[in-house]
Write a new protein. Structure first.
Length: 497
């Protein structure tokens, strides 16, 4: 398997280990497979497959430059006792007709753990494979969950440093606590005076700053990224879609070969792209349902073919989806444009310079065949949490509720009867304030953050997951807040260069 940039020449292709270390292509594009192994999935392997086995299949297919034993050891280390469910990503069936794929049983209570418990192991092996002796500096912009999950995954991993930038006042109290309290000598988190897009734009800029690169090299260091722009983040996420499909067959909900829908609460377009890549591999998917919150730039894009980021940025109760520039969409555009890199480059330049672009009819048609899109506002999110709890005694977090509300409406309007899996991306405890109000319909919530978790626990009953309990045992470091223009200096200070 070789990987090339969405904006570059096929001749500059590299293997997956190099792509994992580099994170982003030097030309600003994202790495994609040169020849996608289309249709290589043998469906017969899926019924009852467990998550580690699905992961071994995906990784050995798409990252075939890694020795099998290294992949197996990495997968074993990633999906162990740090998960509070032995199935890792259980598929639950709320009595509401749809299935919820619970991706939040890892140490930081959101789906980013699935990839970020694995990526550090892959990076350590990738360093050996590529003969790279520099230490890796993981540079990450986060809308909340990538930061906490990267810090946990890389905590005290030898040969790595982590610098996380989150929007100051743009993350939930629990996300903030997780970042400030995560133990590890190689970790730092900074609040940026701005929103997620400001943080992400500057991280990309610093990443591609040649002078900074040189300075790092002189100190035996190199940047890499743990954002979903890194294929080492994206590829591990494919495993749970295969697992979910296998579970549906195993339970007799579908016959092998029958199509399913996946509904994905979407921000940077990484998680849903992993589902699309599974479809390319041969997984029978009818529709990919792209669900957004009030930052509904993707909904408008899928409806009109016009991507327009010139709009008000809204901080919502599903903050990990508060994004106006969905980076991974570029990978889908690359396919939709028939791998026309000049076209991708032109569109991305337009987005950068004038803030919008329009795709052509052929590309639009490619998307229409595979995707539907809609959004849910904050009130609809609250109502959906209430509806599901009242109908099925099943508590979902606001991000999951976005996808759940969108799916519910889509099913009523379209009469699409395809069995549908809603991707449950965060634990209800991670966004305890919103969930508490919506589940109890009471207005007696005290302090946000940890006290809200306690109140929610009382309302829901049952056992508190062990990763949630761990939140109560850790103290915060002081918060460090920087202007966007000071981000590079903050990194230099942290690395002492
Ligand atoms: C990151 C995140 C999302 C959005 O995922 P993308 O891959 O960025 O589209 C949705 N929900 C939660 C809880 C998240 O942490």
């Amino acid at each position: 398997m070789q990987y090339r940039s969405t904006r570059g020449d096929e001749k500059t292709a590299i293997n997956s280990a190099t792509a994992v270390i580099q994170g982003l292509a030097p030309d600003g594009g994202l790495y994609v497979p040169v020849h996608f192994p289309k249709g290589q999935l043998d469906l017969k392997m899926l019924p009852g497959i467990d998550l580690p086995a699905a992961s071994r299949f995906v990784l050995s297919t798409l990252m075939d430059d890694f020795p099998q034993d290294q992949l197996a050891a990495s997968i074993q280390a990633a999906y162990g006792k740090q998960w509070d469910d032995p199935r890792i990503t259980p598929l639950s069936e709320a009595k509401s007709g749809n299935y919820y794929l619970e991706l939040f049983h890892g140490p930081t209570l959101a789906f980013k753990d699935v990839a970020l418990q694995l990526l550090p192991h892959l990076m350590v092996h990738a360093q050996q494979l590529t003969g790279n002796h520099r230490d890796i500096v993981i540079l990450t912009a986060t809308s909340g969950d990538t930061g906490t999950a990267s810090m946990d995954g890389f905590s005290n991993v030898a040969g790595t440093q982590v610098a996380v930038f989150y929007p100051h006042k743009g993350v939930s109290p629990i996300q903030l606590h997780q970042m400030l309290a995560e133990p590890g000598d190689n970790l730092a988190a900074y609040g940026v005076e701005g929103n997620f897009d400001d943080a992400q734009t500057n991280v990309k800029k610093i990443f591609n700053d040649q002078q900074m690169k040189q300075r790092l090299a002189e100190h035996g260091l190199q940047f890499s990224s743990a954002n979903s722009m890194n294929i080492g983040r994206l590829i591990p996420q494919m495993a749970y879609y295969l697992y979910a499909y296998g579970q549906l067959v195993q339970r007799g909900a579908i016959q092998l070969g029958d199509p399913v829908n996946f509904a994905v609460p979407t921000g940077n377009f990484g998680d849903i792209l992993a589902a699309y890549y599974c479809q390319q591999l041969g997984l029978p998917i009818n529709k990919l349902i792209c669900a957004s919150n009030e930052n509904n730039v993707l909904t408008d894009f899928f409806h009109s073919g016009n991507y327009d980021k010139r709009r008000t940025f809204t901080v919502t109760n599903a903050p990990s989806m508060d994004i106006l520039v969905s980076s991974n969409l570029e990978r889908l555009l690359f396919d939709a444009a028939g791998e026309d890199v000049a076209m991708v480059k032109k569109l991305m330049q337009q987005l950068n310079s004038v803030g919008h672009y329009q795709i052509n009819a052929k590309m639009k048609d490619y998307l229409d065949q595979r995707f539907v899109a809609d959004y849910a506002d904050e009130q609809q999110v609250r109502d959906e949490i209430t509806r599901l709890y009242q109908e099925a005694r099943y508590a979902i977090d606001p991000h999951t509720a976005v996808a759940s509300a969108v799916t519910h409406r889509y099913q009523i309007n379209s009469h699409d009867q395809t069995p549908t899996v809603i991707v449950a991306t965060a634990s209800p405890y991670k966004f305890a304030e919103t969930v508490y109000h919506s589940v109890t319909l009471r207005n007696d919530l005290g302090e946000p953050g940890l006290p809200a978790i306690k109140q929610l626990h009382q309302a829901l009953g049952g056992e508190l997951p062990k990763a949630v309990q761990a939140l109560f045992e850790r103290a915060d470091r002081p918060e460090q807040v920087v202007e966007p223009a000071e981000m590079e200096a903050a990194i230099a200070r942290q690395l002492q260069i």
